[in-house]
Design a binder for this molecule. Structure first.
Ligand SMILES: [Zn+2]
Length: 66
């Protein structure tokens, strides 16, 4: 029976939680400053409840944070 404890495959779930926490912290800062990023390829930023000229809504709006 193979029981190799030196192998610790990175948990995707764990990674996902960490990056989610980072994004949420980043978003909280942005919202604090009165703006929000969007997923627009042009890198538009908008008001927290806004939509960029390319029809990408703010990430805060998309995530239902506001
Ligand atoms: Zn845009």
């Amino acid at each position: 029976m193979i029981n190799d404890k030196s192998k610790h495959p990175a948990s995707d779930e764990e990674k996902r939680k960490q990056s989610e926490a980072k994004i949420n912290a980043f978003l909280a800062e942005c919202l604090d400053e009165g703006w929000s990023p969007t997923k627009c390829p042009s890198g538009c930023v908008v008001e927290p409840d806004g939509v960029c000229p390319h029809s990408f809504q703010s990430v805060a709006l998309e995530l239902g944070l506001i």
